[in-house]
Design a protein around this ligand. Structure first.
Ligand code: ADE
Length: 271
């Protein structure tokens, strides 16, 4: 992508980028909270959780010092509750040692993988690094008309970054992938990069990622685990109507292993 094309993308973002609450700040704490919430959850679903969570735990010290049960209560409903435990551990590390400002330092925090580290480094600390998530990967692969291994993709993304504009560029590519260059029905006519795109108009033709036959969500362990945590948050017994006791026990074992519940002689509770 030439500098001109990157410029077009940034101009498109100014007019078409999504206005999302975590983009109104460069403070590292809300940026980290948002990126952890966004790891497995779509932006629209994250918004109300993000706002409530920040109301309840406005900074890293509040989160670090809160009872873990309260953190899980605020997270419950968003799913993948282990993220909440990791986020609280990250807050405790930050309170103890200060904010790591580099991508590598952020990467060492609990629950922070390569994408999240790059996103926080660029959004909060203005590090000039690309944050490559699935949207970014799809946009770049279509633009270039080829696939790349992760390390090569990252180098390619880094080469595309306009000098000094990493944060805007990362948001822009992410939004283009989420709203125009979508996986299944790309809207090439609305794309600011169409003239430079090798897959223009053909992007939807690639073999769709095969979807494994979907299990009903109610049949997954994740469902049972989420329901159990929600029951404990409400102060109810750890049970889920209609779920057999062997399945419940397996889910409780998993929750205990992950530190999401504590089992005592006569009861189960949140940590
Ligand atoms: N997905 C991951 N990070 C995001 C962000 N900062 N904005 C929107 N969607 C995202």
């Amino acid at each position: 992508m030439s500098a001109a094309v990157a410029g077009r993308l940034l101009r498109w973002y100014e007019g078409h980028g999504r206005s999302l609450p975590w983009r109104a700040t460069r403070e590292p704490y809300p940026v980290l909270v948002s990126e952890v919430m966004l790891q497995q959850t779509q932006a629209a679903r994250v918004i109300p959780f993000f706002e409530r969570f920040l109301g309840r735990f406005p900074d890293e010290a509040a989160l670090a010092g809160a009872p873990t049960a309260d953190v899980l209560a605020a997270w419950s409903g968003l799913g993948y509750n282990r993220r909440a435990l990791a986020l609280q551990r990250a807050a405790r590390a930050i309170v103890a040692h200060g904010w790591p400002r580099s991508e590598a330092g952020l990467r060492a925090l609990p629950g922070v993988g390569p994408y999240t580290a790059a996103a926080v480094a660029s959004f909060a600390f203005d590090a000039q690094v690309p944050a490559v998530d699935t949207n970014t990967r799809r946009v770049i692969e279509r633009l270039d008309g080829r696939r790349r291994a992760p390390a090569a993709l990252r180098r390619r993304a880094a080469a595309l970054l306009p000098a000094g504009r990493a944060a805007a560029f990362n948001h822009a590519v992410m939004d283009l992938g989420a709203t125009v260059c979508t996986a299944r029905a790309p809207r090439c006519a609305a794309c600011p990069l169409r003239d430079a795109c090798r897959s223009r108009g053909r992007a939807g033709d690639e073999a769709p990622t095969p979807r494994s036959p979907r299990m009903r969500f109610e049949d997954t362990d994740r469902y049972v685990r989420g329901r159990l945590v929600a029951a404990l948050v409400r102060g109810d017994e750890p049970s889920v109507p209609g779920v057999a006791s062997a399945r419940l026990r397996r889910a409780l074992d998993g929750l205990e292993r992950d530190g999401l519940i504590v089992r005592e002689a006569d009861r189960v509770r949140l940590p």
